[in-house]
Design a protein around this ligand. Structure first.
Ligand SMILES: Nc1ncnc2c1ncn2[C@@H]1O[C@H](COP(=O)(O)OP(=O)(O)OP(=O)(O)O)[C@@H](O)[C@H]1O
Ligand SMILES: [Mg+2]
Length: 134
């Protein structure tokens, strides 16, 4: 059962800042600790910056849900950009098609629970994760 839900279009740096701020407020509102909040916001920031950088635009949705382990964040970022030819390679440390560090996606995977990346060339990319309040 969703406790709260936010859904937002991402097409500019301002949209990213607004989304990250709403995410922080939502997590504070349900009592997440600072460690979980900063992991969530950092992971979200990497995924949304990839949307801006590679796809130009997309959208984000986040909910706080609850299960037997307690409250958790469920986060999804989607775009209809060029897609990723080899998602497994994109997840490897230091792989970058743009000459930057290539630590975004592997960093996200290490920071969150249940990270998934699905992508099809010419269709787009969806990245999701969960993070329990702990
Ligand atoms: N939304 C996306 N659409 C298309 N390609 C993407 C997307 N997100 C990531 N990629 C591809 O996956 C690669 C790895 O992404 P990752 O975020 O790990 O590194 P980076 O963005 O290149 O560098 P960094 O995030 O460290 O600045 C990217 O270089 C790009 O080729
Ligand atoms: Mg990146």
């Amino acid at each position: 059962m969703p406790i709260t839900r936010k859904r937002q279009i991402i097409k500019s740096e301002t949209d990213i800042i607004v989304a990250l701020s709403k995410l922080r407020t939502m997590l504070e509102g349900v009592g997440f600790g600072e460690l979980q909040i900063s992991s969530s916001v950092t992971a979200a920031s990497e995924l949304l910056r990839n949307i801006e950088k590679y796809a130009g635009s997309g959208w984000v949705q986040f909910d706080v849900m609850t299960d037997s382990r307690g409250p958790y964040l469920e986060f999804t970022a989607t775009d209809h950009g060029p897609g990723i030819a080899d998602p497994e390679q994109a997840m490897a440390d230091h792989f970058s098609s743009s000459g930057t560090l290539g630590l975004g996606l592997p960093g996200v995977k290490r920071m969150v629970d249940d990270f998934t990346l699905s992508s099809d060339i010419g269709v787009g990319t969806t990245a999701s994760f969960k993070l329990w309040k702990g």
